[in-house]
Design a protein around this ligand. Structure first.
Ligand SMILES: O=C(O)CCC(=O)C(=O)O
Length: 300
């Protein structure tokens, strides 16, 4: 890692995050790192040509064809492409994460959502917590903007303060749907929103319980967002380690030390079970939702 830049996070910034559940740091990535991220992403996306279906690296738009490739997401990029593991350990991002969730930090997961110009898919309202409940909620997602991102190209939208609200129902017809029926909201989604906008290289941080989503991108500019999910090392995943060994699990520590005992706090339980009928990504999971907010969304 080349940068030794240390980010000093102020008390006001920490209080803003604790109060609102999100914060954005403009241009947190240095120019060299941003250029490498953009080049590596372009290279990886170009390799999706010829694919006819989703696999463990690529999630494809419904309109994808092998001749006209349309990638919706790179799945768990740090597992497949070393650059993303390097970026997950980028010190300026970890300086902010440490200020928000403490010194011992594990990469819980990652994904790169493409939201291409003209057709990039919406993500319906959800909280991340029901996807990966832990013994405490010191988890957040760092969202790295690969492109300038403003109202027209589908910024991540959040409901400020909703990380303090209950966990909403993310099931439909008895199965996990990974989304909330807009009928159930307590907020005016025309007004009570913040858009995480900024120039390329900016990084947002959102709490694992904040309500968030994003609209279809109908503009002529793409909006690519790398989401690195970080957990306090003492937050233990309720759903277990999956296929990971304990050693693999601890190898995801990106700063500080692994912790041998979990910390349990009074967090609301939620299980993403029985699993969504369509698996593979949040886009597939959310197809079960009948009442989709972003089908008719227009910014006021
Ligand atoms: O890409 C987006 O705008 C939203 C992403 C998101 O919330 C997710 O993938 O969980």
């Amino acid at each position: 890692m080349t940068t030794t830049r240390k980010i000093e996070v102020t008390t006001e910034q920490i209080e803003f995050y604790n109060e609102n559940g999100y914060i954005l740091f403009e241009k947190l990535l240095d120019d060299e790192m941003l250029a490498r991220l953009q080049e590596e992403t372009d290279r990886i996306v170009s390799e999706a040509a010829g694919l006819s279906e989703h696999n463990n690296q690529y999630d494809l738009e419904d309109s994808h064809t092998p001749e006209n490739p349309r990638v919706r997401r790179l799945k768990a990029p740090h597992q497949h492409w070393p650059f993303f593991w390097e970026l997950a350990q980028y010190q300026p991002i970890l300086d902010v994460v440490e200020a928000l969730i403490g010194p011992n930090i594990r990469l819980q997961g990652d994904k790169l959502n493409m939201k291409s110009a003209e057709f990039g898919a919406a993500v319906e309202w959800h909280q991340d917590w029901p996807f990966y409940p832990h013994t405490n909620d010191d988890l957040l997602a760092a969202g790295v903007l690969l492109d300038d991102c403003y109202e027209e190209n589908g910024p991540l939208l959040v409901v400020p303060g909703s990380h303090k609200a209950p966990i909403y129902n993310h099931h439909e017809d008895g199965y996990f749907s990974g989304a909330v029926d807009p009928e159930n909201f307590d907020w005016d989604m025309g007004k009570d929103l913040a858009a995480l906008e900024g120039p390329a290289g900016s990084v947002s941080f959102h709490h694992v319980r904040i309500m968030h989503g994003s609209a279809l991108n109908t503009s002529d500019r793409q909006r690519r967002l790398l989401l690195n999910q970080y957990a306090a090392a003492d937050a233990w995943p309720i759903m277990g380690l999956g296929k990971m060994s304990f050693e693999d699990y601890n190898s995801k520590i990106v700063r500080g030390e692994p912790v041998s005992q979990p910390r349990q706090t009074a967090v609301p339980p939620y299980l993403p079970l029985p699993p969504a009928p369509l698996q593979g990504s949040i886009y597939e999971n959310q197809k079960a939702l009948k009442n989709k907010f972003f089908d008719t969304y227009k910014k006021n």
